[in-house]
Design a protein around this ligand. Structure first.
Ligand SMILES: [Zn+2]
Length: 404
């Protein structure tokens, strides 16, 4: 299923997003997305440049009467998190992101949407093209590799930038301004293992898979208390291990360092006479987990299946086994309001719906609803391809956070 997003309002923005989602742009492979924004700048006769890291900078002069205003930098990143559902044959190096529009929301089919930060790139480009936009000197900086180390942002030379004011467009709450940020850290742990060859006559092998979790961004969704597939898998094996200790042959989970893992799988070996007990212990623990996470991860599933005997299994002596009992199951996790905040949006919403003036000092971009009777900033009015009956609806808002 593929839908065309270019007709959604505001179409100056969605047209660019629709082009960007067709361009492969995983971190460190942003060349074609960089070429796209450069081409937009060149077509408009702007001052365009690319630095050694692959970041692109476009400069547009002030509009008439605003020459004396201070320059503003709009910044967004070109790369996206490339994640797909298990079983999807999407090729991120080649395939466009397939999208659908449901109930006023744009989402991707089987993959991440790339709204982080395609919508920021599209928003910046939309400002360039909006003949009603009133602004001082503008600089647009599109960085690379934001999702996997920020090598692009690190390489930016201060001297390239004239603006001393920057609006970073990488966020997901309209009308919200962030004044702090979280850091990230990568840890590499090495645990020396001794390996044994399992005895196929006296042992059974199982694959335990945890999946169906909601996932999310490790930074902005972490307070939602969603399950982490790797941790839940650990809990399952730990709980079963109190009675039937599984020998671990392999364990993998998660895809990206900034995505809450949605799936994890392990291959374990147990003594043959305890095979049945092991699977029912895992199943009992899975039931408890599903209950605990039913509100935040309603799709959580656990699968235990017999598999072929692996070639090796971690060798643990009695003293190596965890001595603590597994942690007690807590009460069900309560869902939290994903957007805890005051009614900051409400006055703006009323202003826009009621056709009042745009907020003072605000950039002339209507994120939500279009001011009626004042199309000065938005030539084209309803515009071609405008979907009826959706004024001020979710479609005019920034795309929802992609499912990671
Ligand atoms: Zn981002």
């Amino acid at each position: 299923m593929e839908e065309d997003l270019s007709g959604i309002e505001p179409c100056l923005l969605w047209r660019h997003f629709d082009e960007l989602r067709k361009i492969p742009r995983c971190s460190k492979r942003e060349e074609r997305a960089a070429e796209y924004v450069l081409a937009v700048g060149r077509r408009m006769g702007l001052d365009c440049g690319m630095d050694g890291a692959g970041n692109v900078l476009l400069r547009k002069g002030a509009t008439a009467g605003r020459e004396g205003s201070r320059a503003v930098l709009l910044q967004a990143h070109l790369d996206m998190v490339c994640e797909k559902d298990r079983g999807s044959d999407h090729d991120f190096s080649r395939d466009p992101i397939l999208v659908r529009v449901d109930d006023g929301f744009v989402s991707a089919v089987g993959t991440t949407l790339g709204a982080d930060n395609g919508i920021g790139v599209a928003a910046a480009l939309a400002v360039l093209a909006d003949p009603g936009a009133v602004h001082g000197p503008l600089e647009l900086l599109f960085t690379v590799d934001e999702e996997e180390g920020m090598s692009g942002a690190r390489a930016v030379q201060g001297g390239q930038i004239a603006a001393r004011m920057m609006i970073n467009l990488d966020t997901d709450d309209p009308h919200a301004v962030y004044v702090g940020c979280a850091g990230g850290e990568t840890s590499n742990l090495r645990i020396p293992m001794r390996w044994d060859r399992p005895d196929p006559a006296g042992a059974s092998a199982f694959e335990v898979v945890v999946g169906g979790l909601s996932g999310g961004h490790s930074g902005v969704d972490i307070h939602l208390q969603r399950g982490n597939a790797i941790k839940l898998l650990g809990l399952l094996l730990w709980a079963a291990g109190e009675r039937v200790f599984p020998g671990l042959s392999s364990l993998r989970g998660g895809e990206k360092h900034n995505a809450i893992p949605r799936e994890a799988e392990a291959v374990v070996v147990v003594p043959r006479e305890e095979a049945e007990a092991f699977s029912s212990l895992v199943e009992a623990e899975a039931r408890a987990l599903r209950e605990e996470y039913r509100a935040v991860d309603p799709g959580l599933w656990v699968e235990v299946s017999a598999v072929e005997m692996p070639a090796r299994v971690a060798s643990l002596e009695a003293g190596d086994r965890p001595r603590r009992p597994p942690p007690e199951r807590g009460p069900p996790v309560e869902p939290r309001d994903p957007r805890p905040r005051g009614d900051l949006d409400e006055p703006l919403r009323r202003l826009h719906r009621g056709g009042g003036p745009l907020p003072p000092n605000g950039l002339p971009i209507v994120v939500e609803g279009r001011p009626r009777g004042d199309d000065r900033h938005h030539p084209g009015g309803g515009g071609p391809g405008r979907r009826p009956g959706r004024e001020g609806g979710p479609l005019s808002r920034a795309a929802p956070r992609p499912r990671l």
